[in-house]
Write a protein that binds this ligand. Structure first.
Ligand code: PLP
Length: 357
């Protein structure tokens, strides 16, 4: 249990007007959570303070060797007037898996959830309520030792910032075009692909740019060894519906274990689908597309929830999926997951966690 000191702002900012286009990750609330780690002392000085710049030495380790991690989750105001998080314990557990890989000290699961809940509670009036909107929550940890040697830092900052956000993609649930990248790779087994850390994103930008320049909105990565098997999309896991079965790459160490991925698998199984977590090659997709069994393709991730894919480019082939339309399963998953998150549907799995008293 953290003892969180709260210092409220005396200069609250204007909140976005109802109906204002929020975009993603551009607007920040009045407060943030911050907590220090010092070797020998552990995590200490948990506090909620006005949203503000932080000051670090230019030699702070995070700037040089990238020892940092982040998470992403959302809060929703439900019709009952209460505020809920979606499976925040999963983000807390994943934080510790990431931290272990990057030699960052663990944070107890209860403390992580408490920190997130506490700051969301303070800024609950910032949660937008129009359809498709939510409060995006970004917890992160950075290494702060003033030191240019390569070693794990002895001091860290854990912070949580909040951003009222609209739909992740401007195009909403409209199917996106995806570029299967066969030159650059994102991660390899034994590396940091399963960890939620900035380094993976730094490595991804060049291919993202390449895809954008060619008119595609996202990159689909192939495995780092043979560049043959499908891994995941930029910030999403990927699913295929092939001949009635739901197929997604297995978590092999180089894929980020998405919470939306896990929720999607559970729901599909409940609905009676056979779900296969296995290797799937780009060639197999092409084959399925040619024989008419590639029925749906969609990405899963907190930001977009479900993102239908209408077009997939692999080398010289451009595959159109489901006539470029949203598939039935994609739509049902989107409606069900967002329905549970926003309180329009019952929470049979206990995925909603209430914020505050
Ligand atoms: C965060 C993330 C995902 C999706 O995870 P969710 O928990 O579903 O939001 C997928 N891939 C990458 C690379 C990510 O960083």
């Amino acid at each position: 249990m953290l003892d969180i000191k709260i210092i409220k702002t005396d200069a609250p900012k204007a909140k976005p007007a109802p109906g204002q286009k929020l975009g993603f990750g551009k607007i920040f609330t009045d407060h943030m959570f911050i907590m220090n780690y010092t070797e020998g002392q552990g995590w200490h000085d948990a506090r909620i303070v006005p949203f503000q710049n932080i000051s670090l030495s230019p030699a702070a380790m995070v700037y040089h060797y990238g020892q940092e991690m982040f998470e992403g989750l959302k809060a929703y105001k439900n019709p009952d007037g209460n505020v809920y998080l979606f499976r925040p314990d999963m983000n807390a557990k994943r934080t510790n898996n990431t931290n272990d890989r990057l030699v960052i000290p663990q944070i107890p699961v209860e403390d992580f959830v408490q920190a997130v809940s506490a700051v969301v509670d303070v800024d609950r009036d910032w949660i937008p309520t129009e359809p498709g909107t939510s409060l995006y929550i970004r917890p992160f940890i950075i290494a702060t030792d003033e030191f240019l040697g390569v070693a794990p830092s002895k001091t860290y900052l854990f912070m949580v910032i909040l951003s009222p956000s609209g739909a992740y993609y401007e195009s909403g649930l409209a199917p996106v075009g995806i570029w299967i990248e066969d030159e650059f790779v994102r991660a390899v087994r034994g590396g940091i692909g399963f960890a939620k850390t900035g380094g993976n994103y730094a490595a991804s930008l060049i291919a993202q740019k390449k895809a954008h320049d060619a008119g595609y909105s996202q990159v689909l990565w192939l495995d780092g060894v043979e560049r043959k098997y499908i891994e995941e999309v930029g910030a999403m896991n990927i699913f295929f519906k092939i001949a009635g079965k739901v197929v997604t790459p297995s978590l092999n160490g180089s894929i980020l274990p998405g919470i939306t991925r896990d929720s999607t698998i559970q729901l599909c199984k409940d609905w009676g689908y056979e779900v296969q977590e296995r290797k799937i090659s780009a060639e197999e997709l092409l084959e399925a597309q040619k024989n008419g069994t590639l029925e749906e393709v969609f990405g899963t991730g907190t930001a977009a929830v479900i993102s239908p894919v209408g077009k997939l480019r692999y080398q010289d082939d451009v595959m159109t999926i489901n006539g470029g339309q949203i598939g039935q399963l994609s739509q049902k998953l989107y409606d069900t997951i967002t329905g549970i998150q926003t309180g329009l549907l019952p929470d049979e799995k206990g995925w909603r966690v209430k914020v505050g008293g």
